[in-house]
Design a protein around this ligand. Structure first.
Ligand SMILES: Cc1cc2nc3c(=O)[nH]c(=O)nc-3n(C[C@H](O)[C@H](O)[C@H](O)COP(=O)(O)OP(=O)(O)OC[C@H]3O[C@@H](n4cnc5c(N)ncnc54)[C@H](O)[C@@H]3O)c2cc1C
Length: 350
């Protein structure tokens, strides 16, 4: 079959490039709107950053000082999650909103947490300071050395692997793995094997690699993360300034994550694993008893101001740059892309 004939046969309403959680959520939302959508992924769908992620839905605790502009978006994203979880099968998504306990490992941490408390107050989500004893009443596994902490009841979690699997199932043959996009323009993509597929709109949701395909400034930010299993070490997410510990319902525990500027390097290093375990066992000593199942590393799509880029750039739609909050943002990014495709008004986030 000649290329032009192939192209005619394959014309779609929308092609989404990248099947991480952002591309999959966009494709799912577009399909729900009745669009003929195809999501193209060069590797395994849901296999890159979205596979590594802890899945915390942490609108305030995961943001850093100086990112105040993002909080409003983060909070709107967290509010959208319960409905999105229903749409894809809440049980499958592992959605829970059990809150997070931010604890201090020592006096310096306690001072840092007091600054976080001030920031939360400015944002209108005040939290009372808990003494070490009060923290241990909530989480008996905490070390007696923990001097105090703060509760963030707004935080929750999903299992990103389960979310991506549910989206892939729902999309069926509208998502294609092993399909690397080598070139694209406003109305077509060319795959590595030379196949050309046309569409009315192209959405670039290629995570840390989005800058290879669209004129956006996205850089890879490496994160190493551990998965363990064994007896329960905590009931809810426990965080310190150096790590977070996320307990899953199936007995697994996720400990993350490093933040490293190392280009496209995804090696798991001894130092990364050591630092994460050291930070976790400092506050939850029973971590020592857990079985280490997996250590992995992946690349967050970062932007110069850590804000996502969702909108139209030179005739292409882009949904990328979600940095540390891509799981949190997925439903709201998908809504925004669907609105753009439907030519409704939408105000970009940066
Ligand atoms: C260790 C770690 C922990 C994290 N924890 C959290 C958390 O707790 N909560 C949270 O909200 N966020 C978290 N994040 C951030 C979150 O994982 C990301 O923001 C999110 O996964 C980004 O999704 P994405 O779809 O944009 O990118 P990705 O998941 O990286 O997907 C992009 C996809 O595009 C594909 N692709 C690229 N180029 C092409 C091409 N040319 N052709 C075809 N396909 C292509 C890639 O193969 C990849 O599968 C974490 C990240 C890391 C690394």
């Amino acid at each position: 079959m000649r290329e032009e004939e192939h192209a005619l046969e394959q014309s779609r309403d929308v092609i989404v490039v990248g099947a991480g959680i952002i591309g999959l959520a966009c494709a799912h939302r577009l399909a729900a709107d009745g669009r003929d959508v195809l999501c193209l992924e060069r590797g395994e769908p849901g296999g890159a950053s979205s596979r590594a992620a802890a899945g915390m839905l942490a609108p305030v605790t995961e943001a850093e000082f100086g990112e105040e502009a993002l909080y409003e978006l983060n909070i709107a994203a967290a509010e959208r999650w319960p409905e999105f979880a229903q749409e894809i099968g809440a049980a499958a998504a592992g959605y829970r909103r059990e809150g997070a306990l931010m604890v201090a490992g020592d006096r310096d941490d306690a001072e840092a947490l007091q600054r976080v408390r001030g920031l939360r107050e400015r944002l209108g989500i005040a939290s009372a300071w808990l003494t070490g004893k009060e923290c241990r009443e909530l989480e008996p596994g905490l070390s007696p050395r923990v001097p105090g902490g703060l509760l963030a009841p707004e935080d929750g979690q999903v299992d990103p692997r389960a979310v991506c699997a549910a989206l892939v199932r729902a999309l069926g043959d509208r998502v294609r793995g092993g399909a690397e996009v080598r070139h694209l323009d406003r109305r077509s993509v060319t795959l590595a094997g030379g196949e050309i597929i046309r569409a009315e709109r192209i959405v670039v949701a290629a995570g840390a690699w989005s800058g290879d395909l669209a004129p956006v400034s996205v850089r890879p930010v490496k994160g190493q993360i551990l998965r363990l299993r064994g007896p329960t070490v905590c009931q809810r997410i426990v965080r310190t300034p150096r790590c977070y510990v996320v307990p899953r319902e199936d007995g697994r525990v996720v400990i993350g994550a490093t933040v490293e500027d190392k280009g496209f390097d995804t090696r798991v290093t001894a130092e990364g694993v050591f630092r994460l375990l050291e930070a976790a066992r400092e506050v939850l000593p029973d971590v020592d008893e857990l079985e280490l199942e997996e250590a992995s590393a992946a690349l967050r799509p970062g932007t110069p101001d850590n804000a996502p880029v969702v909108g139209e750039v030179e005739g292409l739609l882009v949904a990328t740059g979600h940095y540390r909050n891509g799981i949190l943002h997925a439903p709201i990014a998908a809504d925004a892309v669907a609105a753009l495709v439907a030519q409704r008004d939408w105000v970009g986030t940066g």
